[in-house]
Design a protein around this ligand. Structure first.
Ligand SMILES: Nc1ncnc2c1ncn2[C@@H]1O[C@H](COP(=O)(O)OP(=O)(O)OP(=O)(O)O)[C@@H](O)[C@H]1O
Ligand SMILES: Cc1ncc(COP(=O)(O)O)c(N)n1
Length: 276
């Protein structure tokens, strides 16, 4: 007897030694969603609940080789990016995605989370890499998932109300992705957390409660990797994002304290159980 191969997702991202965000959050989320996790590590961060004190970049050719090794043998049914660190790594990823068939014009859906800094404000992407994100990755993306700080950095739009999120979505859409998801986590004046999904025509609101919690480390990664999990199983973009929104809402609700700083959202809320 042999069992069938499950859906496989690839995360192209940095590690978080504290285990709250990055590759760790992505792999846990893939696992919780019943998806086999594969990785292409871009950088190793020195990180805990208080912040990021440094990182070591992986050579671009090693990042490319990881992607190629995984896709050509294991095959992946969806891929996502997180921390990418440098322009050279972004170039290597874009070239490799074209080579192995990842992206909006290929069969493997590609979620690009334009991570620029940690929630503590520590920079995770060099300033000169923003052009690479815009010119090389966004046009290949099936979905881009900026938070409001990333929207400001990439488009100059300072979103201060729910109405302005559509302006942000339109400006991000002009960079060439198939879909845009604007995340409302940083719109703290809003009593709810309503994210917006846009494809140039449809505007889909993703409503959700706003929980009064301090432990939200890894929320962006967890949302993007739960969406990627649903895409890996063949979901359409609107239903993948609706699934992701349900997943992250429960993950924030079940966030837990860790260390002296900010704890992570729970990627394993679905598995919580009091039995061994
Ligand atoms: N306090 C909250 N209560 C409920 N949902 C939240 C809360 N904060 C963030 N979210 C949700 O979490 C997801 C990630 O949003 P956010 O805007 O915080 O992204 P991010 O800044 O990239 O996350 P990160 O904290 O990893 O940097 C979104 O779906 C958002 O609506
Ligand atoms: C390796 C890595 N990737 C992503 C984040 C962003 O997560 P957060 O905004 O919650 O700090 C991070 N801190 N570290």
């Amino acid at each position: 007897m042999s069992n069938s191969t499950p859906p496989r997702a690839l995360t192209i991202a940095g590690t978080d030694s504290g285990g709250g965000a990055g590759v760790h959050a992505d792999c846990r989320t893939f696992f919780a969603c019943g998806v086999h996790a594969t990785t292409a590590v871009t950088a190793v961060t020195v990180q805990n609940s208080v912040g990021v004190s440094g990182f070591h970049e992986i050579p671009p050719e090693v990042v490319a080789a990881q992607i190629e090794a995984v896709v050509t043998d294991i095959g992946v049914t969806a891929a996502k990016t997180g921390m990418l660190a440098s322009a050279a790594i972004i170039d290597a990823i874009a070239d490799t995605c074209d080579k192995v068939g990842i992206g909006r014009d290929h069969t493997i859906p590609f979620v690009v989370d334009p991570v620029s800094a940690s929630m503590h404000g520590d920079q995770l992407l060099h300033d000169n890499a923003l052009a690479g994100l815009k010119n090389r990755l966004f046009p290949r993306a099936s979905l881009v998932t900026p938070n409001l700080d990333e929207v400001r950095l990439l488009t100059g739009i300072d979103v201060t109300s729910r109405d302005m999120m559509l302006d942000a979505a339109k400006a991000m859409f002009d960079f060439g992705p198939q879909w845009v998801l604007i995340k409302a986590g940083h719109l703290r004046s809003d009593p709810e957390c309503v994210d917006i999904l846009y494809d140039g025509v449809a505007v889909i609101e993703l409503p959700g409660p706003r929980f009064d919690v301090k432990d939200t480390h890894g929320s962006g990664d967890t949302l993007a990797s739960s969406i990627t999990s649903a895409l890996a199983k063949g979901a359409t973009m609107p239903s993948a994002v609706e699934f992701g929104k349900r997943f992250i809402t429960k993950a924030v609700q079940n966030a837990y304290p860790l260390g002296a700083g900010v704890g992570p959202v729970s990627n394993f809320w679905r598995l919580s159980d009091d039995r061994f």
